[in-house]
Write a protein that binds this ligand. Structure first.
Ligand code: IPE
Ligand code: MG
Length: 214
């Protein structure tokens, strides 16, 4: 989800307003999830590198997260959305950790997964998974690492979308992206509508995936 800052800048608004509108784009998308039939939608909300931003912006993002969970959790439960968090979320502020634990418990029976990457970095995820695989004594292999990734219980990554015209992964789902289809769109995240997702899924459906075969 990239482009909140540029969305605000274009309108001479504070970055915080861009992030606020970014949250609204998330809300629209989650509300439109059921008819897509998607098993899992994963959103990159806060990277392990986002701590480099000014304290004020980090605070804004954390406060938006608090408000979003508080306001939208009942809707998640009502719409059978199952929350999943990936990344080092347990080292976030204790009140956020508590809210997330409650949200995970309340949504545990949901049927469509909304995975949120919080304090997430792909390289770190792989390193942690390798350390756990090694500690478990089964040796280090593709299978043992994959079994210890934060996403171990999620379906394989099929399509990765980045908004705002940047063409890089920025440490998102590096391992999982091995054979994922990629889609880079110019739309700034706050302008991302459910129709953009539908279009992306249509595009994905037309791709021929060979996984190295031919
Ligand atoms: C993405 O928008 C939001 C988060 C990282 C949480 P940006 O804040 O990166 O927006 P740009 O890239 O400055 O436009
Ligand atoms: Mg950005």
């Amino acid at each position: 989800m990239d482009g909140n800052g540029r969305w605000a800048k274009k309108r001479a608004l504070p970055r915080a307003v861009g992030h606020q509108r970014g949250v609204e784009a998330v809300r629209r998308l989650v509300r439109a999830l059921a008819p897509t039939g998607l098993e899992c939608l994963t959103l990159y909300a806060f990277s392990s590198e986002n701590w480099k931003r000014p304290d004020e912006e980090v605070d804004d993002l954390m406060n938006l997260m608090r408000r979003f969970i508080r306001s939208d959790l009942p809707e998640f439960v009502a719409n059978n959305v199952k929350l999943k968090i990936i990344g080092d979320w347990q080292s976030l502020a204790p009140d956020i950790v508590a809210m997330l634990e409650d949200a995970l418990a309340q949504t545990a029976n949901g049927t469509q997964t909304l995975a949120v990457a919080l304090n997430y970095g792909g390289q770190h995820e792989i390193a942690r998974a390798a350390a756990k695989a090694s500690a478990a004594g089964g040796g280090i292999s593709i299978e043992t690492i994959a079994a210890h990734l934060d996403t171990a219980d999620l379906p394989p990554l099929d399509l990765l979308i980045r908004t705002s015209g940047e063409v890089r992964l920025s440490n998102f789902l590096l391992w999982q992206a091995a054979y994922a289809e990629m889609l880079f769109v110019d739309t700034l995240w706050p302008d991302f509508e459910p129709a953009h997702l539908t279009r992306a899924l249509d595009d994905f459906a037309r791709r021929e995936r060979r996984y190295g075969g031919r």
